[in-house]
Write a protein that binds this ligand. Structure first.
Ligand code: FAD
Ligand code: NAI
Length: 475
């Protein structure tokens, strides 16, 4: 006997579980299928983000930052600690607890919102009268029929040819979040978001970290001035970053791994590491979905092909999050999930791609929204720029973290804010003001005229806005 639903969501990551909750809130009978298993084989909804992504990485970033502060900056505050040591096992157990709290939270939210949850692999079987038949193979086998299907199956780490992830020596994000002892020599291939965040965690705990990046520019998507500052700060912290390399043979002996590469001058190099993290981007998850059974179209890169509103090639089949085009970010997946649920319910869901913030949770953090200076130049837009260093911010001095700046870019004629770029303490929180301002199409003068609490890091944003008009007060 099949079970009928208005909406079946395949995938319970941030795109899928949020879409399911919103659909149920709107009165649609909704099911969500997710196959992620915890270490006991039980359900662990939340996808990559909750299990091996955003949440555990931020837990480890916090633990390692606490250790770093205790080792290096507490003394400035008059605090001395004798016999301090790092218990990596305990740090990992804490991270696992944080993950489990999030898994349990999602199961609770499903109950609260009357979303029916199925633990197992969801696959299209066939199109049927008024919808689609979907099989669930898991602890129990089920057949579901859905009027609308939302595909939210996410993404997985991309491996380098000839260097499969064994998660012991050659690590994807999964292994990088579960290293049992601080490795002496840690290699990272790819100086992107994962490489820098994970490299920072293990460097702070004492690993010698070497990052090998194919592109000649560091953090190409980031505003050039901010990326330059980041490179300087990360290198000073001890991350050895080589740009413009070409990776050759990777040999995994089980206890160590050697990487042959050509450096930016064309010279052959070999590096040997105890662990190697490969973080060179991610690929969409469509295996197991049986997209062929219903003729669901994928694009040339294997993503589910969708239009701007997340409509697939099939009527009433939608797709959101990492499995479709656009930035692979949890909040982007969530926004798409909500918008699709609202469209199914006949409302006008909306996602503004121009105001999706990015954050890299290194120390200092990097956060931005809107266009970079190099993009504005390429687009031929006349702009004004204002920046303010945290060095001149009272709260940053009190915190003992004065690295970085806030930079604001505004249209030369209309003064509309076109981009805000931050490197510095709590950039992840500070960027929200810029997102709100850009959503409301604010001018730099609007921010400059708004009262900001003193002393706060947010005053740096106000001062950057004043600097657009060359009238910063404290610098
Ligand atoms: P996913 O989270 O990948 O979830 C998809 C789910 O569907 C998974 O549970 C998968 O097992 C399941 N699934 C797949 N196929 C099927 C099937 N056929 N049947 C049933 N279930 C299926 N983003 C941020 O915004 N901020 C961060 O700080 C951040 N940190 C990250 C750190 C790391 C180390 C990594 C790897 C990623 C990070 N991301 C971050 C990216 C973020 O995790 C993804 O953008 C987000 O998880 C995408 O959500 P999703 O719902 O599309 O897919
Ligand atoms: P990424 O796209 O951020 O970085 C990959 C890097 O690897 C790039 O700099 C690329 O040039 C480089 N690269 C590619 N092929 C290479 C090769 N053969 N040799 C050497 N370098 C190579 O991808 P990453 O770090 O794997 O993360 C995947 C995605 O997960 C991110 O793009 C982001 O969307 C998401 N994420 C978001 C986080 C956040 O929001 N804070 C944190 C971590 C991940």
């Amino acid at each position: 006997m099949s079970k009928n639903f208005d909406v079946v969501v395949i995938g319970g990551g941030p795109g899928g579980y949020v879409a399911a909750i919103r659909a149920a809130q709107l009165g649609l009978s909704t099911a969500c299928i997710d196959d992620w298993k915890n270490d006991k084989g039980g359900p662990a909804p939340g996808g990559t983000c909750t299990n091996v992504g955003c949440i555990p990485s931020k837990a480890l970033l916090q633990s390692s930052e606490n250790f770093d502060h205790a080792s290096h900056t507490f003394a400035d505050h008059g605090i001395s600690i004798k016999g301090m040591e790092m218990n990596v096992g305990k740090m990992l157990a804490r991270k696992d607890t944080v993950v489990k709290q999030n898994n349990d939270g999602i199961l609770y939210l499903f109950k609260k919102n009357k979303v029916t949850f199925f633990h197992g692999l969801g696959a299209f079987t066939r199109a049927v009268e008024g919808g689609y038949e979907i099989s669930v193979s898991g602890t129990a086998s089920e057949t579901l029929v859905a009027k609308h299907v939302i595909v939210a199956t996410g993404s997985s780490a991309r491996a380098l040819p000839g260097a499969d992830f064994d998660e012991k020596t050659v690590l994807s994000n999964t292994g990088a979040l579960a290293i049992g002892d601080v490795p002496k020599r840690l290699g990272v291939i790819g100086a992107g978001v994962i490489g820098l965040e994970m490299g920072s965690v293990w460097r702070r705990l004492g690993a010698q970290v070497t990052v090998l990046e194919a592109l000649p520019t560091f953090l190409g998507a980031v505003d050039e001035q901010i990326a330059k500052e980041a490179f300087k700060l990360f290198t000073k912290q001890g991350l050895a970053i080589s740009l413009g390399v070409k990776i050759g043979a990777i040999t995994n002996s089980g206890s160590e791994v050697s990487v042959d590469y050509t450096d930016d001058k064309g010279a052959a190099q070999k590096a040997v590491f105890d662990k190697l993290i490969v973080s060179i981007g991610r690929i969409p998850n469509t295996r197991g979905l049986n997209a062929e059974a219903v003729g669901l179209k994928l694009d040339e890169r294997g993503f589910v092909a969708v239009d701007a509103d997340c409509r697939s090639s099939l009527p009433n089949v939608w797709a959101v999050g990492d499995v479709v085009r656009g930035p692979m970010l949890a909040h982007k997946a969530e926004e798409e999930g909500v918008a699709v649920a609202e469209r199914i319910a006949g409302q006008h869901g909306h996602v503004n791609f121009n105001t999706i913030p990015w954050v890299i949770y290194t120390s200092p953090e990097i956060a931005w929204v809107g266009r970079t200076e190099q993009q504005l130049k390429a687009d031929g837009v006349a702009y004004k720029a204002g920046s303010f260093p945290f060095l001149a911010n009272g709260r940053a001095r009190a915190l003992g973290d004065t690295s970085g700046m806030v930079k604001m870019l505004a249209d030369a004629k209309t003064d509309e804010i076109l981009g805000v770029h931050i490197i510095g303490p709590m950039a992840s929180e500070l960027i929200s003001e810029a997102v709100v301002a850009m959503e409301f199409r604010a001018s730099s003068e609007d921010i400059a005229r708004i009262c900001h609490a003193h002393p706060s890091l947010s005053e740096a944003t106000k001062e950057a806005a004043l600097a657009v008009d060359k009238r910063a007060l404290n610098f």
